[in-house]
Design a protein around this ligand. Structure first.
Ligand code: NAP
Length: 287
């Protein structure tokens, strides 16, 4: 039986609608909308377009979204000074420094300088640590949060499930594993040194793949009835966006599967909006 498709576009729209309502409630209660500041240090037009889409999406749900574009020649000191200004600005609830930064700027230094209560990318060590400890209040990165929402919308049972996450990046793999563990899955994390990835994947009731390796996961690696979330996003030689899973073959065995594009991708910005609203609510509640 062919798998049901997890329609990221439709679910992302649902998330945005929920956030719009939450933003209106927040603004009515506190006299200002939640504020999201996206900082881009680049002259690259594609990066400007991508970050503009985050600014636009936040304004569309009623937030005060702002894109701060700095030239690629900006020094680390100048960027840290801008981050400090945003940290101190009470109308700013979320700060996102778009990665990658130019080579002369130490990325970790900048990410660590963001006030962790405003770290809507979930890359500050305090948030990563809280998440790893399973503590409430951690801000988790947007993409894995989006994946969790896709699983929830499909009604996939997570507690007790055998989950395999392929990839161990700070942005996707590690936080994804932590979120699944927090919901009581039995989780394995695979990476380039994993032996017999095929055998591991075949055990997975929930398989999340974030390797950036097109075609890595073959159809016969999928356990019958599994939920398959393909985070991978690579542009192939023909200019087409492709995932890490052999979609056509995998859908014959899975119960649920995300397409690429149109699966995880649309969830990421929707999750960013949700995270910003939550950060705003948490900041006012902490006063
Ligand atoms: P990353 O930092 O490059 O990490 C990739 C991870 O996958 C690494 O841990 C790597 O293992 C592992 N890996 C790579 N090839 C592998 C293989 N052949 N077998 C087993 N493990 C392998 O990438 P990322 O930032 O996590 O992103 C992963 C993918 O998701 C990319 O395609 C990216 O474009 C996509 N992505 C999509 C969205 C979205 O919104 N849809 C958001 C973020 C990322 P090692 O640690 O051993 O090197």
């Amino acid at each position: 039986m062919a798998a049901k498709i997890l329609d990221g576009k439709a679910i992302a729209q649902k998330v945005r609608d929920e956030v719009r309502e939450g933003v209106a409630r927040f603004a009515a209660a506190h006299g200002r909308p939640p504020g999201l500041d996206v900082v881009l240090v680049s002259d690259d037009p594609a990066s400007v377009t991508y970050t503009r889409s985050k600014e636009k999406a936040s304004n569309e749900v009623g937030m005060r979204g702002r894109l701060l574009t700095l030239p690629a020649t900006t020094t680390e000191g100048e960027l840290l000074a801008r981050v400090a200004e945003l940290n101190a600005d009470d109308a700013v609830d979320g700060i996102l420094v778009q990665l990658p930064l130019p080579g002369h700027i130490r990325e970790q230094r900048v990410l660590d300088a963001i006030a962790f209560a405003k770290d809507v990318d979930g890359l500050h060590p305090v948030n990563a640590g809280l998440l790893a400890m399973g503590r409430p209040g951690a801000i988790a990165p947007c993409t894995p949060r989006g994946c969790m929402r896709l699983l929830a919308e499909a009604g996939v049972e997570i507690a007790g499930a055998r989950a395999v996450v392929v990839g161990r990046s700070d942005l996707v793999g590690r936080p994804m594993a932590a979120l699944l563990l927090a919901q009581h899955a039995t989780v394995s994390i695979a990476h380039t040194r994993t032996r017999d990835l095929r055998a591991l994947c075949r055990e997975a009731d929930i398989l999340v793949v974030a390797a950036g390796a097109p075609g890595l996961i073959r159809g016969d690696w999928i356990k019958e009835g599994a939920a398959v979330i393909d985070v991978g996003l690579t542009r192939n030689e023909a200019g087409k966006l492709v995932g890490d899973v052999d979609f056509e073959a995998a859908r014959e065995r899975a119960a649920w599967i995300t397409p690429v594009p149109g699966g995880v991708g649309p969830m990421t910005i929707a999750s960013l909006l949700e995270t910003t609203l939550r950060a705003a609510e948490a900041r006012v509640a902490a006063r």
